[in-house]
Design a protein around this ligand. Structure first.
Ligand SMILES: Cc1cc2nc3c(=O)[nH]c(=O)nc-3n(C[C@H](O)[C@H](O)[C@H](O)COP(=O)(O)OP(=O)(O)OC[C@H]3O[C@@H](n4cnc5c(N)ncnc54)[C@H](O)[C@@H]3O)c2cc1C
Length: 301
């Protein structure tokens, strides 16, 4: 119930505007958000890189409702990528992009063109782009745009959500040579018709998808904080004889930091998802909806 309330509030522009002007402790927000602008995020990213972690930067912005907003998001990513290169953070740092913010709901072709420009900027900076997975109404379009982007930029990654019933099939399609696939549980409130609802069913789907990706030809990116799933991923990597540079773990900034350090110390590639920007409110609520431990971390208990 609380999770659904938090997820509903996360999608509310009005509450987001209120939160933006509220005297919320910036220190508390920074536990999960890498900074309020690109320069602050760069400093956070530098500290993570110094700790031996890879990074994927994610710019938090309000829902895109106009072509001008989509252009602004594209330009933010292009500027960020130039800064990452200038700071010597690439190729350890890449970027995560939501196609909806590039205008996907207004005009798919426009979103594709903007994504193509971001991928070109990433290539010029010596790094890659991963497309975030959003709600299920965008999955087909996102995977179609992915296919187009990969013609010029084969390193472009995609996120797949284990809670979607379709995802095993998508894993089979995407487990091809060179294909970077981030497997996560999924963060949106989805109907039963398209998504598993129970934690057990989602975990079982995650393991089936993991088996497909780990036994395939691509590059699996295992995005979870779940200790059982991490242990299973470590086991599958051994079973399928993958060396440390043939898969990676991914976790969110501020979540299970000791586990991130443990995995990295064990020789694994660990990539931290580092969101930044003024529009942190919806992102933060989604994290709070996920785990009471995140709530305790936020209030410092
Ligand atoms: C790098 C990354 C990228 C992502 N990209 C996307 C995306 O593109 N699209 C999308 O829909 N979703 C994305 N997500 C979010 C994801 O779908 C889940 O909503 C989120 O990761 C929570 O799921 P979980 O696998 O961590 O397990 P959960 O079910 O949240 O937690 C499982 C277990 O993990 C442990 N755990 C979890 N949180 C904590 C904590 N704070 N402290 C200690 N232990 C904890 C606990 O033991 C818990 O029981 C991404 C997640 C990551 C890590």
């Amino acid at each position: 119930m609380l999770r659904h309330l938090l997820l509903a509030a996360a999608g509310s522009d009005r509450l987001g505007r209120l939160a933006g002007s509220a005297p919320v402790s910036k220190g508390a927000v920074r536990k999960f958000v890498g900074g309020f602008d690109g320069d602050e995020a760069l400093l956070t990213g530098r500290a993570l890189a110094d700790d031996g972690l890879a990074i994927t930067f994610d710019h938090l912005s309000a829902e895109t409702r106009s072509a001008e907003q989509a252009v602004a998001v594209r330009d933010e990513y292009r500027a960020l990528l130039a800064k990452l290169k200038g700071a010597g953070l690439t190729p350890a740092a890449e970027v995560s992009v939501k196609l909806s913010l590039l205008g996907q709901r207004l005009d798919e072709k426009l979103a594709y063109e903007h994504a193509q420009a971001v991928c070109a900027a990433a290539a010029a900076a010596g790094t890659t782009v991963t497309l975030d997975a959003e709600d299920h109404t965008l999955t087909d379009s996102t995977l179609e745009i992915l296919t187009e982007l990969r013609r010029d930029h084969p390193g472009t990654g995609a996120a797949l959500q284990a809670y979607l019933r379709r995802t095993e099939g998508d894993c089979r399609e995407l487990a091809a040579a060179g294909s970077r696939v981030r497997l996560c549980k999924g963060a949106y409130a989805e109907p039963e018709s398209v998504a598993f609802q129970s934690a057990l069913d989602i975990d079982k789907s995650f393991v089936r998808c993991l088996n497909i990706l780990m036994s395939g030809e691509g590059y699996p990116m295992v995005a979870t904080h779940d200790p059982r799933l991490i242990a299973i991923a470590e086991d599958r990597a051994r079973w399928f004889d993958r060396s440390a540079d043939e898969y990676e773990f991914q976790m969110l900034h501020g979540v299970r930091v000791e586990e991130q350090a443990r995995l990295a110390a064990g020789g694994n590639v660990v990539r931290v998802y580092l969101p930044y920007g003024e529009q942190w409110y919806g992102y933060l609520l989604r994290r709070l909806a996920e785990s009471p431990r995140n709530v305790r971390a936020l209030v410092g208990r």
